[in-house]
Ligand binder design. Sequence first.
Ligand SMILES: NC(=O)c1ccc[n+]([C@@H]2O[C@H](COP(=O)([O-])OP(=O)(O)OC[C@H]3O[C@@H](n4cnc5c(N)ncnc54)[C@H](OP(=O)(O)O)[C@@H]3O)[C@@H](O)[C@H]2O)c1
Length: 326
Amino acid sequence: MHAMLIRQTGGPEVFEYAEIDTPEPGPGEVLIKVSYAGVNPADWKNRQGYLEQYRPYVFPYIIGFDAAGTVAGVGAGVSGFAIGDRVFTPTNHGQGGQGSYAQYTLANADRVAHIPAGLDERDAAALPVAALTAWQGLFDRGGLQSGQTAMIHGGSGGLGSFAVQFARWAGARVAATCSSANVDYLRELGVERVIDYRKENIAQAIAEWAPGGLDYLMDAVGVSTLPNGLDLVRTGGTFVSIPTLVDDGDIPGAMGAAAEKGVNRVFSVMDDNDCATTLAKIAGLLAAGDIRLPPVREYPLQDVAEVHRQLQEGHNRGKMVLKVDA
Ligand SMILES: NC(=O)c1ccc[n+]([C@@H]2O[C@H](COP(=O)([O-])OP(=O)(O)OC[C@H]3O[C@@H](n4cnc5c(N)ncnc54)[C@H](OP(=O)(O)O)[C@@H]3O)[C@@H](O)[C@H]2O)c1
């Protein structure tokens, strides 16, 4: 198969287009012919070597968590999938498997969901990591309820674009931060109070919009961009940070300060074990028109270095996907 692999960690120039052996599905695994690979900030951090603290890198190494395509084979014990089924998945990359920037990839069956009619593979590839992380941070770990006030710091990125819409779908009142260029975009997504972090004081805007403090805050950017986050949340409220690996600050210190104030403080890392049910639910919301896809920009796999350069700048809107099966 063809793949975009790396033989060492480093800058975007380390990518190399090569032919390698196609993997075989083991027990419980689905082999997927990848049409599109979704791109996440974790990918450039992985390329740079930041994930070494979690597991050793074995080269040649294929990056990429998100994939959408068709089932090309199933391992022993897998039921519910037939050759040719349209599916999407965060793959087994988070568990140390090879990633999705390749013609074929593997995923445990409980991590694979069918793509519903009305959703194409390109768009499905944009979902797994961003949408699952948003869902878990809001609901599974954050316990967001209808009628609560919720602010998403970083509302216009891949994760934020889903988070603001899920929160609104759940009946919360939603505020979100973004730069001037994304103010109209977030209004179109239904955000009640868009805060332009370049022009406005976030604390002042929240004091007016949610007197007494927020019920819920999600930081999807990094602590250096919201150092006073805890001050924005009411006692008894919830403050969820999405760990970035590069701007997470003093986590034990943050937990201690929140405990003193009586705020439920959560650092919510995506968990993709058994995630197929949640993925199917999210795809169903899209297919039903309850939420809409953020803008998805498509690039050929060969342009991955340029895509990583763009993402690394930190001002991405919506999602980027790589067309793998060209
Ligand atoms: N640990 C996990 O399990 C996990 C899972 C998923 C994601 N993450 C992390 O979560 C972060 C967000 O992911 P993503 O996919 O949404 O990234 P993304 O698509 O690159 O979006 C980044 C967003 O951050 C916004 N931003 C940059 N500086 C800002 C500031 N000072 N104030 C407010 N917003 C600012 C940008 O908006 P403007 O252009 O308007 O500035 C952009 O929309 C990344 O660090 C990612 O690695 C972690």
